[in-house]
Ligand binder design. Structure first.
Ligand code: ZN
Length: 137
């Protein structure tokens, strides 16, 4: 279901809680909402559609990747300044990102995965995990 994107900074600044199998309907809503904005959307977090659960969706080399309860286990590479945009506000902002991250997460079938991501995909994941923690760029 296509959902409205939240731009209220107060609602977006809350911590999201762990997702369970009962929250899987949110995955489809995130996909539908992201597809409707495909030209400029490379990732979304559930709280952007007012679901305060730790679920994110990111574009990983033009492939959609759903991550449930993602945790960054390790960072490496450069810690560089990036300029990012966000659907939740206008314009771009500067922030610091790690070049490489090792992430533990559950996939759409609630199977645990551990994977290392780098460059743009790593950047998007860090941005969306920040959303889960109520952090906006
Ligand atoms: Zn954002």
């Amino acid at each position: 279901m296509l959902r409205e994107i939240i731009t209220d900074q107060f609602l977006l600044s809350g911590q999201s809680t762990e997702a369970t199998k009962d929250d899987l309907y949110i995955v489809q809503d995130l996909k539908d909402t992201m597809h409707s904005r495909q030209e400029f959307c490379v990732g979304m977090a559930a709280n952007m559609i007012n679901e305060h659960k730790r679920i994110i969706i990111v574009m990983d080399n033009s492939k959609e990747l759903v991550m449930i309860n993602p945790i960054v286990m390790k960072t490496s590479g450069r810690h560089y300044e990036a300029e990012e945009a966000c659907l939740c506000h206008q314009g771009t902002k500067k922030t610091k990102r790690y070049e490489k991250i090792k992430v533990q997460y559950y996939d759409e079938n609630f199977k645990i995965k551990i994977k290392t991501f780098s460059d743009v995909t790593a950047q998007i994941i860090q941005h969306e995990i920040d959303h889960c923690n109520g952090i906006l760029i």
